[in-house]
Design a protein around this ligand. Structure first.
Ligand code: GDP
Length: 531
């Protein structure tokens, strides 16, 4: 019991969020470096160069130079057990990202010091703030020309609606970047880009009043710093731990991930301030105690064929309470009863390790013989519940898809179904000129490209894709409705989902109001409410 508590308390599970290019990958690597996971950071960089980042898996990522899947990495540091969830930065993959954020207990937001808050930062931030999880900010790339730090703080507060508390304060930027002043210790850390961030940085520390620092950073910067500190102390928000934990106040760190400057102080401070695994609620609103002896978890991501040599499929689960032991049998609420969690794995990017045990807060991948869907619950008890808030997102792009080669229908259906179970696409069936046809719906058009790519690479099926002009999907709630009597506009289409429920695809809002006003008793449900 004591051991269980200790193990869970030392866990920190967080996601790093940012607009592409702000430095998320670089930061992830430097964090892994401190965990001893990589000796020389940079050896695994970067997807824009010939070597791909540790967290990039799929072939398509290499081709496109973007990260399309989220991965998870675990390492130990200073007594903590850390799980980092990497999220794809490209906007078309927001769905996957949103779900990944459900598995995190806090978020680290990386902002480019020259660019400030960008579009994707805003979107991801909004998802995190819905859950009121602690959000930490790193203002990155201080070794480059940066915007005025006061202006950046103001922008974060104004654009994102969160208060900020700078934990440290930059002295100059770009060519003139001298280092940072750490507020809690009233000390200066001097920047030296000497080793290009290849190994852990040693920095000179000392009180801001020390003459040696005046000499190091120069009179002008020293004076400016003292003025800034005074202004921060008078005009800034107070540090309030409660507000941090409620996600109302973001501790801000100025750093330069590439040169490794400020990364370790951030990590230490972050680990201390951020939350250990947070309790999760069921859809009935009951809170599941993290420290309970009963194991519970939910599936938040399914990834097929991560390793082309193995043709496997892995369900990523977030453990919400208790302890997992290898080979454990659990109840799969949405499935057919008991399942044995086999081949449990944890990840250090490409390297997978078999897990003997894991605790609340951890994320493990288990072998999926095709039985799991996003949001499924696994428990060691017989209690049946669903965890709250796994978001489903409404597709906005639709296409009719067919195999080029009609002989490949079987592989086609298998591939489409699997990708749908992973939650990347939604699949609808329609009767079209006497044939059953498949329509897929996606949130971003890039997902359509990924579908084509994956069907070709993993299932050997070339797809014929015919884009359709629909924009909205609604489920019909009534089971006894006479479909022949349905009065809908000519550009509305009646289809079924994989569970044979009736669905209407609309091209515009007008079509929705028409259907509602011309069919007595018709009610339509949108995606978020469908189980
Ligand atoms: P991501 O798209 O957010 O994962 O960004 P990356 O980590 O791939 O970084 C984007 C680019 O910015 C890369 O060329 C990095 O080398 C560079 N970069 C990242 N952090 C820093 C930094 O602190 N200073 C400078 N000068 N460049 C950085």
């Amino acid at each position: 019991m004591e051991d269980l508590r200790k193990e869970i308390e030392r866990r920190r599970t967080f996601a790093i969020i940012s607009h592409p290019d702000a430095g998320k990958t670089t930061l992830t690597e430097k964090l892994l470096l401190y965990g001893g996971a990589i000796r020389l950071a940079g050896s695994v960089k970067s997807r824009k160069s010939k070597n791909y980042a540790v967290s990039d898996w799929m072939e398509i990522e290499k081709q496109r130079g973007i990260s399309v899947t989220s991965s998870v990495m675990q390492f130990n540091y200073d007594g903590y057990c850390i799980n980092i969830l990497d999220t794809p930065g490209h906007q078309d993959f927001s769905e996957d990202t949103y779900r990944t954020l459900m598995a995190a207990d806090s978020a680290v937001m990386v902002v480019d010091a020259a660019k400030g808050v960008e579009e994707q930062t805003r979107k991801l931030f909004n998802v995190c703030s819905l859950r009121n999880i602690p959000i930490f900010t790193i203002v990155n790339k201080m070794d480059r020309e940066a915007r005025d730090p006061f202006e950046l703080m103001e922008e974060i507060e104004r654009e994102l609606g969160i208060k900020t508390y700078p934990m440290n304060w930059p002295i100059g930027s770009g060519k003139d970047f001298k280092g940072v002043y750490e507020r809690s210790s009233n000390s200066i850390q001097v920047f030296s880009s000497g080793n290009h961030g290849q190994t852990t940085v040693n920095s000179v520390k000392g009180s801001v009043e020390d003459q040696v620092f005046v000499d190091l950073i120069g009179e002008d910067f020293h004076k400016q710093l003292k003025d800034d500190i005074e202004l921060l102390d008078i005009a800034g928000d107070e540090f309030d731990m409660g507000a941090v934990l409620r996600g109302e106040l973001s501790p801000v760190f100025f750093a330069s991930a590439l040169t490794n400057f400020g990364v370790e102080p951030f990590l230490k401070s972050f680990l201390e301030l951020t939350s250990s695994p947070l309790p999760r609620k069921t859809s009935e609103g009951e809170e599941i105690d993290v420290m309970s002896d009963d194991f519970s978890a939910f599936v938040f991501k399914i990834q097929a064929n991560m390793n082309p040599q193995h043709r496997d499929r892995i369900a990523f689960i977030r453990i919400c309470s208790g302890k997992f032991v290898k080979g454990m049998e659990v109840n799969h609420y949405q499935g057919k009863g008991k399942v044995k969690l086999s081949q449990p794995q944890q990840f250090l990017a490409q390297d997978r390790e078999m897990v003997e045990e894991a605790y609340a807060g951890d994320i493990i991948g288990v072998f999926d013989p095709g039985i799991y869907s996003i949001g499924d619950t696994l428990t060691s008890t017989n209690n049946k519940f669903r965890f709250e808030g796994i978001p489903a997102f409404a597709p906005e792009h639709f296409a009719r898809v067919r195999p080029m080669d009609t002989m490949k229908r079987k592989q086609f259906v298998k591939g489409i179904t699997q990708v749908a179970q992973e939650g990347a696409i939604q699949v609808y069936k329609e009767l079209h000129i006497g044939m059953e046809e498949i329509i897929v719906g996606v949130v971003g058009t890039l997902q359509m490209d990924v579908l084509e790519f994956r069907l070709k690479n993993e299932y050997g099926v070339d797809l014929k894709v015919e884009r359709l002009p629909f924009r909205f999907v609604r489920w019909m709630d009534q089971e006894d409705i006479n479909l022949d009597d349905l009065d809908i506009t000519s550009d509305t289409r009646l289809v079924k989902d994989l569970r044979d429920r009736n669905i209407l695809l609309f091209q515009n809002e007008w079509g929705i109001s028409w259907a509602l006003s011309h069919n007595k008793g018709l009610t339509l449900t949108d995606v978020g409410k469908v189980d």
